[in-house]
Every structure is written in structure tokens, then in C-alpha cells.
Design a protein around this ligand. Structure first.
Ligand code: ASP
Length: 336
């Protein structure tokens, strides 16, 4: 069988970092050229080439970096069977979510990976993560994924859940796509079908999105007024569990009403990792819905933010109703 062609795209992250002076803090190093020299066995898995999009701690990730990765994929889409993006773990779930919207009708595996320990460390997890990712990138997986700790996840369902453990990611509301034990196993029933339409690449533009995370005593009204003044286009309200908000003291209802009446849509997601927002379950959710809030079921925070960026970039003049309809429609497996 013909060997598959895989492009490694380096963006930075711990995998390629070294200890800096004077305090041994981890900083990006010039690693992108040496990854393939450090793990030459990767060539056994695929015909590999490597390229460079940026070299940052992914805490610095910004929209131009995401667009640079997109253009790297677009320019090489027809030459390669799959892509592996070496990335920091901090914002990997955001970037993977963004690309899942930006590459419409994706027919190829686009696998994000990174590591908790640099490649040069003796107990690194980078080596195994890279080997598994390259192997997954040779398979029929038309999805943007995260591969970490021998597990393949749908990218727009992942959350970074651990700072220090090798299993840094989870996909609390969608089953895994595959695992790499003694054998590589794909969970075919969980993987998207091959799309038939033309692949379309859409760049992201920056849009002003407000975020309110609820806590007892939160002054949502003052925050909402600031957001109206600073002309945010939409607000994501991270509410409790099934989408509940306070309706007694420090009620969130006036804030939701003022935002909605000012033409700013309010999207409710949950602070809980697992389960779905259901604004009909409690009075505290129902009143939020009646005030105009839109419950986003099991959309993650990362997917909600990047989907809003994407929708405003693709449809700059979109109105509130259309936006709400699209936020609740499934684009790339991000919402149940
Ligand atoms: N701060 C690092 C980054 O996201 C953490 C990591 O790579 O795991 O780039």
C-alpha cells in the first residue's frame, strides 16, 4: 500500500520548549526542525514533511496564528493525506474547535497534539503523543482531533482538564474517536462520515465577545452595562449546571433583558463539565429564557467562543435570530 503523506505543522508549546535562564522557566526553543531528527522512527509511519506556522507558548495564541495554520493547511491540502499540529496544551481546545469550523467539508485528519513535558525530557509524553498522532493522521478520519495520552478526541469537544497529568484532555459530552494501546483502535461509529461537498476554508476575524461567569453575588447588571457600552456583539453567560441563573438577590434577569433589548444575544453554556443546558428544567433557567437567553445545550466554552468568531466572520451582517439558529445547529459535531 502507498505510504500516506503527513505534514507536521509546528506552532510551539511545551513539546519544543527548553528551560530558560535564570529561573528554569519553560520557553519556546528552535525545535521545529529537530523534531523529526529526534524521533526518526516517525518516518516508518508515513512520508513526513515538517513546516512551521509560529513558535509560541500557546497562551499567546491569537487569531492571526490560527489563520496562519489555516493557510498552511489550505496551501498543502491536496499534497498531504493528513496533518499533525504540534501545539501547546493551554489553548489547544480553542484552536481545534476553531479549525473544525474554519475547514468546512474537511475530508482529512487534522490532529492536534503536544505534551506535558518537553521532548528532550527523559520522562516526556511528547514522543508517544507524536507517534500516535502521526499514525492517526494516516487513517480515514475526516475530523479535526486532539490526540493526547493515547486517546483520540473530537477537537471541538475537548477540554483541558489537568495541568499536571499526562491525560490532560477529556471529551465529557462525546465519546472518544480512538485509542492507541497494543493496537490502534478507531471507534468508527463516533467518527464523522466523509463529507461530499467542496472543502471550504474560512479565515477568522476578531469580534468583541463578552463573557460572564456566574458566582454567588455576581453583579451581572453592572457587567452587562459595561459590555453594552463597549459594543460587544454577543455575550456568553457561563451559568450553573442546567443553565440556571440567580433570580432573587443579584438576579441575572435584568442583565439578560438589557443585553437582549440592546440587540446583544446572550448564549448560556454550563459551568458543569458534563451534561446539557436545559432552560426548561428549573424556574431559574426558565426566567433566563423568557428574558431572551439562548441555551446552548452541550457546547463547550471553547467551541462557543470560536463558533461565534466563525459565524461573525462568515456572515458579518447576521441578525440575532439567524445567529441563534446557527449556534444551535450542528456544524462539525460540536453540539448534540
Ligand atoms: N503553556 C504551554 C502552552 O500551552 C503548556 C503546554 O504546552 O502544555 O504552550
Amino acid at each position: 500500500m502507498k505510504r500516506k503523506k503527513v505534514l507536521l505543522i509546528h506552532t510551539g508549546g511545551t513539546l519544543g520548549m527548553v528551560e530558560g535562564k535564570p529561573d528554569n522557566q519553560l520557553k519556546p526553543a528552535q525545535m521545529h526542525e529537530s523534531v523529526l531528527k529526534t524521533i526518526p522512527e516517525l518516518f516508518e509511519l508515513a512520508h513526513l514533511e515538517s513546516t512551521f506556522a509560529c513558535n509560541i507558548d500557546s497562551a499567546n495564541l491569537d487569531i492571526p496564528d490560527i489563520n496562519k495554520v489555516l493557510s498552511t493547511i489550505r496551501e498543502n491540502y491536496n499534497r498531504f493525506d493528513g496533518f499533525v499540529i504540534i501545539h501547546g496544551t493551554d489553548t489547544m481546545a480553542f484552536h481545534a474547535s476553531a479549525l473544525s469550523f474554519m475547514v468546512k467539508n474537511n475530508t482529512k485528519p487534522i490532529i492536534f497534539t503536544g505534551s506535558q513535558k518537553p521532548l528532550r525530557h527523559i520522562r516526556t509524553d511528547a514522543r508517544l503523543n507524536l507517534v500516535n498522532s502521526v499514525e492517526f493522521a494516516t487513517m480515514e478520519i475526516p475530523e479535526v482531533c486532539v490526540c493526547f495520552n493515547s486517546t483520540l478526541f473530537r477537537g471541538n469537544r475537548t477540554r483541558k482538564i489537568s495541568i499536571g497529568r499526562f491525560n490532560a484532555f477529556q471529551s465529557p459530552n462525546y465519546p472518544i474517536l480512538g485509542s492507541a494501546g497494543v493496537d490502534i483502535r478507531l471507534q468508527k461509529k463516533n467518527i464523522a462520515a466523509l463529507p461530499s461537498g467542496k472543502t471550504v476554508f474560512t479565515e477568522l476575524h476578531h469580534h468583541n465577545i463578552g463573557v460572564i461567569k456566574l458566582f454567588p453575588g455576581c453583579d451581572t447588571l453592572t457587567t452587562a452595562k459595561c459590555m453594552i457600552n463597549s459594543k460587544v456583539r454577543a455575550v456568553i453567560l457561563e451559568a450553573y449546571a442546567a443553565g440556571n441563573v440567580p433570580i432573587l438577590t443579584h438576579s441575572a434577569i435584568p442583565a439578560i433583558s438589557e443585553l437582549t433589548e440592546s440587540g446583544i444575544p446572550v448564549f448560556i453554556i454550563s459551568q458543569a463539565l458534563e451534561g446539557q443546558v436545559d432552560l426548561e428544567l428549573y424556574e431559574c433557567g426558565q426566567q433566563a429564557r423568557q428574558a431572551g437567553a439562548i441555551g446552548c445545550r452541550d457546547l463547550t466554552f471553547e467551541a462557543a467562543i470560536t463558533k461565534l468568531y466563525y459565524l461573525y466572520s462568515e456572515f458579518p451582517e447576521i441578525n440575532r435570530e439567524k445567529l441563534a439558529e446557527k449556534m444551535l445547529s450542528n456544524f462539525s459535531g460540536e453540539i448534540s
